[in-house]
Ligand binder design. Structure first.
Ligand SMILES: [Mg+2]
Length: 397
């Protein structure tokens, strides 16, 4: 089998990759909804992979993997990898999870993620009210994540929060960092306590915190929250589009507290997880299959983390519906260091009408059941064509 074409379009907000072959089998991959600019970067790789046998996934990846980078520049490579597995599964009549070694679970736990209700303010009562709504969501999440501190608007909205400069957001990203005031730190702790009061011990609470915290504040927060048994504190120091990892700094925080420390959503490739894992710099890693280099890359990292006693909770909030398939096939095969992946919702809503193959409802009691259709098992139906941008009207042809 030979690759005859690589196409990319943006459907709604998510870039979608299609790889075509001389045997009429095609494969799809997807990138985060925040990256509608990705199309030319995906097409950059087209000439490198034409004529290759897509079912030798690793052989194709060796030609292009070096030409990627930390988030967002690993996404194009990751989406191509996903599409190659989709083709290989369809060609062999097997679901992708079988090609990764087979599943060890029939349903994969998710955490929320993408199901969001309006946060009316940034004070404890607002967070408590918001958590009550998420706890009551029809998906029945057993773990939810909330943004606090430098992640999201809290630092900008709460007076006297930090000793540092609050800088305006650039392209949706928060460039502020620095030491918190005592009242800022107390504010964060009060909000977390309010959320835990609502969730009790029935639903686990994870917190996306930064990046931007100083080491002493990170340690103070993690220690103060110890009695609350938080699932994890995410990206306190670096993470979320920061193009480096800082394992030494993370290790200092991790070894100071029993609260699990988490990072990794922006990291590209196993090599960039190596020091984090070998130094046991965090307790939990969170690669995203749409950024780390793909499905098999994430599976490898999960295995290596398990060898070192580190857990995995993959990032995924913007990964879309093909992204869910990538998470399911990888998650079904990971060792028991697996916790849950971050559940994305599709945007706009009509995305749910243009793909077939997902369970209905997708999430039941906080889990998604693993399906057995060949490849990724999520396919576009006839409705999809309507939503193509004009310049890509021939995307499905
Ligand atoms: Mg995050």
């Amino acid at each position: 089998m030979k690759i005859t074409d690589l196409k990319c379009t943006v459907i709604g907000q998510n870039p979608v990759v299609r790889i075509m072959t001389d045997q009429g089998i095609d494969g799809y991959g997807e990138a985060e909804a925040t990256k509608s600019y990705l199309r030319p970067y995906v097409l950059f790789y087209r000439d490198y992979i034409l004529g290759e046998d897509p079912t030798n996934v690793e052989s194709v990846m060796l030609k292009i993997r070096r030409l990627g980078g930390f988030k967002p520049w690993g996404s194009a490579i990751s989406a191509i990898e996903m599409a190659l597995w989709d083709i290989t599964g369809k060609a062999s009549g097997l679901p992708v999870y079988k090609l990764l070694g087979g599943k060890i679970r029939d349903k994969v736990r998710v955490y929320n993620g993408g199901v969001r209700f309006e946060l009316k303010g940034f004070f404890p009562r607002d967070y408590a009210e918001n958590m009550a709504k998420i706890k009551g969501a029809k998906e029945g999440f057993t773990i939810v994540k909330q943004a606090i501190g430098y992640h999201g608007p809290m630092a900008r909205q709460v007076p006297n929060f930090t000793y540092s400069e609050i800088r305006p957001r650039v392209g949706g990203f928060n460039p502020s960092r620095g030491p918190l005031t005592e009242s800022g730190l107390n504010h964060v702790i009060a909000c977390v306590e309010a959320m835990k009061k609502v969730l009790g011990d029935e639903v686990g609470l994870a917190l996306d915190c930064g990046p931007g915290w100083t080491i002493p504040d990170a340690i103070r927060l993690a220690k103060a929250l110890e009695p609350l048994n938080i699932m994890w504190l995410e990206d306190l120091l670096t993470g979320d589009y920061v193009p480096y990892v800082s394992p030494g700094m993370y290790r200092e925080v991790t070894t100071s507290t029993s609260t699990p420390i988490h990072t990794g959503e922006q990291i590209y490739l196993r090599q960039n997880f190596q020091e984090l894992i070998e130094k046991r710099a965090v307790r939990i890693i969170g690669p995203d299959p749409c950024d780390v280099g793909g499905i098999a890359e994430m599976k490898w990292i999960a295995e290596y983390a398990d060898l070192h006693g580190i857990l995995i909770a993959p990032h995924g909030i913007f990964d879309g519906l093909i992204g869910i398939a990538a998470h399911i096939h990888a998650g079904a095969t990971m060792p028991d260091n697996y916790i849950a992946f971050e559940y994305p919702v599709a945007s706009p809503e009509w995305w749910y009408d243009i793909v077939d193959g997902l369970p209905d409802p997708i999430v039941t009691n906080g889990f998604i059941e693993v399906w057995d259709k060949p490849g990724l098992g999520v396919v576009f139906n006839k409705e999809a064509k309507k939503y193509l941008p004009e310049e890509d009207a021939d995307f499905f042809d």
